[in-house]
Design a protein around this ligand. Structure first.
Ligand SMILES: NC(=O)c1ccc[n+]([C@@H]2O[C@H](COP(=O)([O-])OP(=O)(O)OC[C@H]3O[C@@H](n4cnc5c(N)ncnc54)[C@H](OP(=O)(O)O)[C@@H]3O)[C@@H](O)[C@H]2O)c1
Length: 315
């Protein structure tokens, strides 16, 4: 029997990489993977090819290349790369290109990796948090939500996937515990005493594969995934256990976080404030039981730490 091809954007990255590896790990699942990359000659792309993926050159900014890459596929995993450029307009254009390519290819299932439109909960007129760029509260959330209609209006069989905070941010995004002037480790997060849905980035892709396998049942639905919902204090306690040394939770206010000054700090500060102020909505949108059903190997934070603690920079 011919395998159904799932085309995966960002296949060398966190989300797409997880989808790709989940498909490759299930050779009898009836699916094959087509990995999209800008550079098929990169080490990561070559490793995917060696592992059995069909690797194709495509750039989500280039409509024609995505169209070509989606042709003949059964399904596609669509994700955009906000932090590469911090531009909501670029992000929406990337999403538009993927929706248009999915329509042209007549795909039977599309997963669009999106987020809540935070303005439905906190309108622009609400000054609890600043309005950014004149029209957003959380630009990288709201712009993804603004792209949802591209998939709907194209009449696509789409599943909207709500992702969660990657625990991998502790490794790659400088968000791990840091040594304070007293030499002790502090884990800083603007989450007050509220729960943050988090996940091993690779598990997002594995959950997405679970959605593709169940297919029909999730078309037209929104599905949120998370590995655990943990408070900052609980995360610090798990970090302390894994690292074998004390780690204090240091809650800062979203306003302080916004002022940290790195590119996108205001966007991230507002994002955390949204998660704090709308904890039950945000956690409720990411049910753990369904995430585990979709991906029975879903990791807890403790499991993720056991495998990754040595990769977290503590300087
Ligand atoms: N960090 C978090 O906690 C978090 C949580 C949830 C959601 N998100 C969202 O996740 C999205 C990013 O996904 P990710 O983390 O999977 O990305 P990622 O790991 O940064 O990977 C991006 C991959 O996509 C490829 N890529 C980058 N720009 C591209 C382009 N213009 N055209 C085609 N491919 C391109 C690159 O591969 P090649 O070089 O091989 O082309 C790269 O390996 C962001 O929009 C962010 O908002 C982040």
């Amino acid at each position: 029997m011919d395998k159904k091809i799932i085309a995966v954007a960002g296949a060398t990255g966190a989300q797409g990489g997880g989808v790709t590896r989940a498909i490759l790990a299930d050779p009898n699942g009836g699916f094959a993977v087509r990995a999209l990359t800008r550079n098929p000659n990169s080490d990561k792309a070559k490793a995917l090819a060696r592992a059995g993926a069909e690797v194709v050159a495509a750039k989500v900014d280039d409509a024609a290349s995505v169209k070509k890459a989606f042709k003949g596929a059964h399904a596609a995993y669509c994700v955009t790369f906000f932090w590469e450029h911090l531009s909501t307009e670029k992000e929406k254009a990337q999403a538009y290109n993927m929706a248009a390519a999915a329509k042209a290819a007549g795909l039977k299932h599309v997963i669009w990796s999106t987020f809540e439109d935070t303005r439905k909960s906190i309108p622009l007129s609400d000054d609890r948090m600043p309005t950014l760029q004149g029209k957003y509260k959380v630009p990288h959330f709201d712009s993804k939500a603004e792209a949802n209609p591209y998939f709907i209006e194209a009449g696509l069989p789409v599943t909207f996937l709500l992702t969660s905070f990657y625990w991998d941010n502790l490794i790659h995004f400088g968000m791990g515990p840091k040594k304070g002037p007293d030499g002790k480790l502090a884990f800083t997060l603007p989450m007050a005493d509220k729960k943050l849905p988090g996940i091993a980035a690779s598990d997002i892709g594995a959950c997405a594969y679970g959605i593709f396998k169940r297919g029909e049942e999730f078309i037209g639905k929104t599905v949120g995934v998370a590995g655990e919902h943990l408070t900052g204090a609980q995360m610090a306690a798990e970090l302390a256990k894994a690292l074998g040394k004390p780690v204090a939770y240091q809650a800062v206010t979203p306003a302080v976080y916004r002022s940290f000054g790195f590119p996108g700090a205001d966007d991230m500060g507002n994002m955390f404030q949204f998660k704090v102020d709308f904890e039950s909505l945000y956690c409720g949108n990411r049910p753990l039981a369904l995430s585990r059903e979709l991906n029975p190997k879903l990791q807890t934070f403790a499991q993720w730490l056991a495998a990754n603690k040595d990769r977290i920079p503590l300087a």
